[in-house]
Design a protein around this ligand. Sequence first.
Ligand code: NAD
Length: 483
Amino acid sequence: MALKDKDLFRQQALIGGTWRDASTKARVDVIDPASQKVLGTIPDMGRDETRAAIDAAAAAFKHWKTKAHAERAALLERWHELMRRHEQDLALLLTLEQGKPLAESLGEIRYGASFVKWFAEEARRINGSTIPAPTVDRRILVLKEPVGVCGIITPWNFPNAMITRKVAPALAAGCTVVIKPSEFTPFSALAIAVLAERAGIPAGVINIVTGMPAEIGAELMANETVRKISFTGSTRVGALLMKGAADNIKRLSLELGGNAPFIVFDDADIDRAVEGAIASKFRNGGQTCVCCNRILVQAGIYDAFAQKLASRVSKMKVGAGTEEGVAIGPMINGAAIEKIKRHVTDALNKGAKIISESEAVPEGRQYARPVVLGGATTEMLLASEETFGPVAPLFRFETEDEAIAIANGTPFGLAAYFYTENLKRSWRVAEALEFGMVGLNTGLISTEVAPFGGVKQSGLGREGSQLGIEEYIETKALHIGGL
Ligand code: NAD
């Protein structure tokens, strides 16, 4: 691997400041999705190692929570600087384990690092308040305190940013963490833990347990020392964790799946809408929770929009993320390819037509061809499930009411997008969409300064913005009497 700093490639887990193997010595292979060869291995840890990591986090919490906010902020600033200094290595590692094009990986590293800087700044603004007391001899203060040890469980599609979006506010608030990264993409997590050590973040504040999820997840949920779980991943696993959290009333933040509509009205700027659709649909090969999954186009501009989008998609280059000019990297695994094929076949069987697709991709490899499908309907699988691949289905609609009904006709509510040049319609539709995030005339909605999160079955809580740190803070009312 051509990393400048070879030390960033770690194949051990981190518990209480010690880089460790599993006590059973068992290991899990991590596969490069482009070559389908083994990139490296990680310890396959279970309940014992998870318990050790939780104990280490609990021990570190005693000291970490008593540090001045400014001191924690300074350590986070230093961590941010190191991420930016090593961004090329971190991006390469990310592409090798996850597959996305190198330029996108670099974008993710910068986006991920931005949360560390943002929450270093927010650490200084964890303000309490005073409340006028009902009698003159009393005072009431509201204190803000860290929640405690947090379990952080993250997916493979953004192996860097999904971690920093949680760990930075947790640390800024004074919490310590046990991270369980996806078993498909653990190396990005381990690399930023190396940089956290170099930044001087004390041992035990960040712990990483690697391996298959069942046992690690079971211990994180059952262990009463863990006061909060922050999870990003599928709605299926999110629901399972919510049930587990009920047993000892853990706090929960859930960033789950989506089924984003992308509505193009007759009065839209078509070129802008095509740009937005490309950015929203094809980033990360379509493996993004806020990816548009259903593109709804009003009848009057349906053909013009379809043609422009098709012409762009037909030129997309598919290949290894490390190759120059590649727009779509490999999908994460064989199951992802199977799901995409199932959705496309189902749509074609139910009357959809291929409007355009990229050049053929090598057989037997983990590549999916970017495709635009016309004539999509709500009966198709791709209307109700996340496809998580480079498939752009176009649904034709006639009226605004019809578009809103289709858009909201899903149990998910993460992101939605719409394009119009009409001011009144902008307000009407923005307010009618039942989603946590709405892009109006833009396909880009991810930034550290704005709240990120969903409604309905897309989750609970918000990350980023000034709200993100609240997820890691408890409120204590202090009543002082006899004054
Ligand atoms: P996943 O739910 O399969 O896995 C996510 C994480 O949970 C992984 O680390 C996995 O090992 C772990 N996990 C699996 N079973 C577990 C268990 N029983 N106990 C504890 N942990 C367990 O999701 P994925 O396939 O890695 O990621 C894709 C999904 O994530 C998509 O649905 C996508 O929409 C969603 N996602 C949501 C957001 C968001 O911000 N809302 C962001 C990125 C991805």
